[in-house]
Design a protein around this ligand. Structure first.
Ligand code: G3P
Ligand code: CA
Length: 241
């Protein structure tokens, strides 16, 4: 079972910062999960929340702030807030990356423009050899955006994020062209894992920090977990053998 560092090693270092990503790599995480949001002035910013207040020295809703204000924000490691390309360049092929795109709404046309823009950004990084397509997955709770990703970014592996597990989930994921279903730990069950595997879809579960949850994921055949504590999670898995 793969261990993805959720927002980096965010249980011990400020989430979605270079220090959290660096520590995830040092701790032997199999991959890093990060959150990105598209701003209308053209950049992809690394931020989990709608508002910048919790993790930066600023205030307000990220997507309504002018870009010139966003550029002055500092995160909790006293470095400027990251753009997606800066985060990916920093990781620089050292481990696979799951990019979670936070997108609350948008009509189909806008979602396609966003996916097209993301494809251009990622393609440039592939050409620069900063990332490899086979190590990039793109996930979102917004499944309409994932349809646009399937259309615009055929090289990327798609992860279908969900907070609940309807019975026909695996079939929906297959129709969407998802390579992974990414359910929350609270709605996980063995039937879901079996259904997904029968369709050749992997199951990546968030956010798994408790040892009993790690064990449950292992027991039912989960393929990857997202955890805030990659170090102790890797050690626990090794101790289980
Ligand atoms: O991608 C898994 C997980 O990060 C989704 O939830 O709220 O932590 O972004 P959240
Ligand atoms: Ca996330």
């Amino acid at each position: 079972m793969l261990v993805y560092a959720h927002r980096g090693a965010s249980g011990e270092f400020p989430e979605n910062t270079l220090s959290a990503y660096e520590q995830a790599i040092i701790q032997g995480a199999d991959g890093i999960e990060l959150d990105a949001q598209y701003h209308k002035e053209g950049h992809w910013w690394i931020l989990h929340d709608l508002y910048v207040d919790k993790t930066t020295n600023g205030q307000g809703r990220l997507l309504t702030l002018p870009q010139k204000n966003i550029e002055t924000l500092y995160t909790e490691d006293d470095l400027p807030i990251l753009r997606l390309e800066e985060a990916l360049s920093f990781i620089d092929n050292r481990c696979p990356i799951n990019i979670e795109i936070k997108v609350s709404s948008g009509d189909e046309k806008r979602l396609h423009v966003m996916a097209q823009n993301l494809n251009e950004l990622l393609n440039d990084l592939v050409i620069q050899k900063t990332i490899r397509w086979q190590e990039i997955s793109i996930s979102s709770f917004n499944h309409l955006f994932l349809v646009a990703v399937a259309d615009q970014i055929p090289e990327a592996s798609i992860g279908m994020l969900i907070g609940h597990c309807p019975a026909d989930l695996a079939q929906t994921a297959q129709t969407l062209g998802a390579k992974t279903i990414n359910p929350c730990i609270d709605c996980l069950n063995k039937q879901l894992v079996d259904d997904a595997h029968q369709r050749g879809i992997a199951v990546w579960v968030y956010t798994v920090d408790r040892f009993e949850d790690i064990d449950f994921c292992c027991d039912i055949g989960v393929d990857a977990i997202f955890t805030n504590f990659p170090d102790r999670t890797k050690k626990h898995l090794i101790s289980k053998g």
